[in-house]
Design a binder for this molecule. Structure first.
Ligand code: BTN
Length: 277
């Protein structure tokens, strides 16, 4: 596997123009999980925007208890501590849209690296074509002194080749380089990622969710598809993904269990989605 130039603090700080995201950076060569470390820093009262970045992870966490493939030298693994002082009413919308806004900002950053169109599989898988180029894992924590916080963890497959993925991932995962044929500068991509994310989060705070929700729906390739949804309790549903609610949930309409019965509408807050057709 050909490694690209190593991540350095100097190179990131030289060009980073964000106000809060990445103002404190903990850069590690190797870590178990940047999310685990960011959660620990959040519990130790780390400020909003603290970024944990690693060149490789030995126990990268994916959604739904899966592992995130995290080899050295080629990808981005980043976790950011997010705090807010929103009142209770707006807080719940913020919390439900945070993973989706993160996906949106990440898609914009990946496209700026020259990739073809990045689409989103609800809630926050980043796809090029039908292969996954990145994923997002949001976790919540709290500290006695500074209260609740979120960690947004972002993994992007940047410069790997097809052969650098384990066999089981080769047909379902891709990297920006695989798609563009060009090596991507990880520093530039990271800086762009932090800037795009900050813009999304600030827009939510100043103007609300409306335009961001339009943009999310525009990119969301799940809409209109027949999907299989597996819920946390193991129940499975097949149906059509009809919309994204104002709370970021997926509206799914599924066929009646018996012929002649009524089709059911379900609002999913969390599920493992497979696109069927
Ligand atoms: C998914 O399953 O799609 C979510 C993957 C999230 C992976 C990233 S890599 C950086 C951060 N640290 C982790 O342990 N996980 C997230």
């Amino acid at each position: 596997m050909k490694h690209t130039s190593p991540l350095t603090l100097d190179e990131i700080e030289r060009t980073l123009a964000t106000r809060s995201l990445g103002r404190r950076i903990e850069l590690r060569d190797r870590i178990d999980s940047t999310n685990r470390e960011a959660m620990a820093l959040g519990q130790a009262d780390a400020e909003h925007g603290t970024l944990v970045l690693a060149d490789s992870q030995t126990a990268g966490r994916g959604r739904l208890g899966r592992e995130w493939f995290s080899p050295p030298g080629i990808n981005l693994y980043a976790s950011i501590v997010i705090r807010t002082t929103l009142d209770t009413q707006r807080l719940s919308q913020w919390l439900s849209w945070l993973p989706l806004m993160t996906a949106l900002g990440t898609a914009e950053a990946i496209e700026s690296a020259g990739a073809a169109r990045v689409s989103l599989k609800w809630p926050n898988d980043l796809l090029i074509g039908d292969r996954k180029v990145g994923g997002i894992l949001c976790e919540s924590g709290a500290s006695i002194r500074t209260g609740p916080f979120q960690v947004i963890g972002i993994g992007i497959n940047v410069n790997g080749e097809r052969a650098s993925f384990p066999r089981g991932l080769r047909d379902v995962a891709t990297s920006i380089r695989q798609e563009t044929g060009q090596e991507v500068d990880r520093h530039r991509l990271l800086v762009r990622l932090l800037e795009e994310l900050e813009l999304c989060l600030e827009e939510f705070l100043t103007r609300g969710i409306d335009r961001l929700a339009v943009e999310y729906r525009r990119r969301c390739t799940t809409l209109g598809k027949t999907v299989k949804a597996v819920l946390a309790d193991g129940n499975e549903y097949v149906g059509t993904a009809e919309g994204i609610g104002d709370d970021g949930s997926l509206t799914m309409v599924h066929e009646p269990p018996r012929p002649g019965g009524r089709s059911e509408v379900r609002q999913l807050r969390a599920a493992d989605i497979t696109h069927l057709r």
